[in-house]
Design a protein around this ligand. Sequence first.
Ligand SMILES: [Zn+2]
Ligand SMILES: [Zn+2]
Length: 110
Amino acid sequence: MEKIAQNKNNELQSKRFSRRVEDFVCEVCGTHVSGNGYTDHCPNCLCSKHVDINPGDRKAECGGIMIPTRTEYAKHEFIIYYKCTKCSREKRVKAAEDDNKELLMELLPR
Ligand SMILES: [Zn+2]
Ligand SMILES: [Zn+2]
């Protein structure tokens, strides 16, 4: 018989975006980031942390640093593609207003 891990917290996963206001210090470049509730990455170096399964839920246990691998510019906004340095999981998010534009441009495919 195969043993199946029973997870008592196996509740229906809420797809709701949990809005949280939190300040944090970027672990990569040391920038102090004041969160506005949607901030999930550093506006200076664009690095993020692997903490969410669904955006804002903080349920991922990885905690690895997610680095921007490339960006895309579409419909007047940047999309940032990330890869986790620990578990290699990938995600993409919209860039924020105050993100480092120079870096966003640098990461565009040429
Ligand atoms: Zn940073
Ligand atoms: Zn990860």
